[in-house]
Structure formats: C-alpha cells, structure tokens
Design a protein around this ligand. Structure first.
Ligand SMILES: Cc1cc2nc3c(=O)[nH]c(=O)nc-3n(C[C@H](O)[C@H](O)[C@H](O)COP(=O)(O)O)c2cc1C
Length: 185
C-alpha cells in the first residue's frame, strides 16, 4: 500500500522532499503549481530531482489522475507543507486541485489524512479550518521542530518534523534521536 504525498506552495518544501526520500517507491506524489514555484525558490532541485525515487508523480492540475477517484487506494494522504489555501479548500470541500480533490476523497472514504501547515502567525480563519478538520479526524501536525535534541543543522530540524509524521503513520525510521529524558546530573 502506498502513501500519497501532496506538496503545496507553502514554505518548507524541504519537509516534503525528505518524506519522499524516506518513503521512496512507497510514495505517490502530487505537486501543485505553486509548490513547483516554491521548489524553484527554496531549493536547487528540479521537480524531477525533488520527486526522485517516488513511485508516481502527478501534477496538481491533473484532475484526471488516479488520486481523483475513490477507487484509487492509498494508506494515507500527507499534505506537506500544506498552504493556507489548500487547508481552506479542504475544510470547505473545494476540490479544484488534485491535492484538494484527493483530500475530499480521503474524507469521504474515511482514509487517514495528515496536514502539515506552515504559516505564522495563524489567522482565526486558519485556526477554525484546522479545528474543523481535526474534529473530522484529520491530524494537524504543524511544521514546528523541537529543540530538545540540540539540532545543529537545518536537516536536523527538517528530520524532526518528518520523524513525527512517520511516527504518526506507524512507519519505522531512523531519523533523529528519541527523547530518553534529561541527561544524568
Ligand atoms: C515563496 C513563497 C512562499 C510561500 N509560503 C507560504 C507559506 O509558508 N504558507 C502559506 O500558507 N502560503 C505560502 N505561500 C502562498 C501560497 O503559495 C499560495 O497561497 C498558493 O495559492 C498556494 O496554492 P496551493 O495550495 O495550491 O499550492 C507562499 C508563496 C510563495 C511564492
């Protein structure tokens, strides 16, 4: 069974890239048009390099692609990073991109969904949208890395968030270290 990863045009596409790297051919990926723009702005990767190793890659405007249909099976949809626009569309039931359509399918089919919003501060509208979706069983997992593991590199911060996503999905991984309590003394 594969995981569907939606990458949208929020800052923090590095989180999506790392999740694709870890899941490899267990990942089907959707890139929205604005995600492609942010990938250009935030990384040195082409869209092809960004999605390397994934099982399948779909464009966000390809509403005829398999994830548009409830008959397309996937273990969970992870939208990482999730823009405020896509969050609002999912909360409102608007399905005009392949990511928002896949989310509508996940909701109607009762499939697992994890949204990783990246915005600060959060407006009351975004907070209401998150609360609404949380009450519908969607996991809201904000891109907020912890610092108790004493990160020294940006990659440590990225891995912290991706590790929490993988933990939530029940996928084994070796990213980062787990908190074992404070050091002796
Ligand atoms: C460089 C850049 C960074 C952005 N960062 C964010 C962000 O962190 N969070 C957010 O909600 N939107 C952000 N946006 C705005 C979204 O790209 C915009 O709302 C877009 O409509 C999202 O569409 P999508 O969800 O279909 O990808 C950013 C846009 C650009 C160009």
């Amino acid at each position: 069974m594969r995981y569907l990863i939606g990458v949208t045009g929020a800052s923090g596409v590095a989180y999506g890239h790392r999740l694709i790297e870890v899941l490899g051919d267990r990942a089907d990926v959707i890139l929205t048009r604005d995600a492609e723009e942010v990938i250009r702005l935030e990384t040195d990767l082409s869209a092809e390099a960004f999605t390397k190793g994934a099982h399948a890659v779909y464009r966000g405007d390809d509403l005829a692609a398999p994830p548009s249909s409830g008959s397309h099976r996937f273990e969970a949809l992870i939208v990482v990073p999730c823009s405020g626009t896509t969050l609002a569309k999912i909360a409102a039931g608007i399905a005009d991109t392949l990511v928002s359509r896949a989310a509508a399918v996940a909701l109607k089919e009762g499939r697992r969904m994890v949204l990783v919003p990246r915005e600060t501060p959060l407006s009351p509208i975004a907070l209401e949208n998150m609360l609404k979706l949380s009450r519908l069983g969607v996991t809201i997992l904000p891109a907020t890395p912890g610092f108790y593991g004493r990160p020294t590199k940006v990659q440590d911060l990225v891995d912290f968030v991706v590790a929490r996503i993988l933990d939530h999905l029940g996928v084994d991984h070796v990213l980062g270290t787990r908190w074992e309590g404070p050091p002796p003394g």
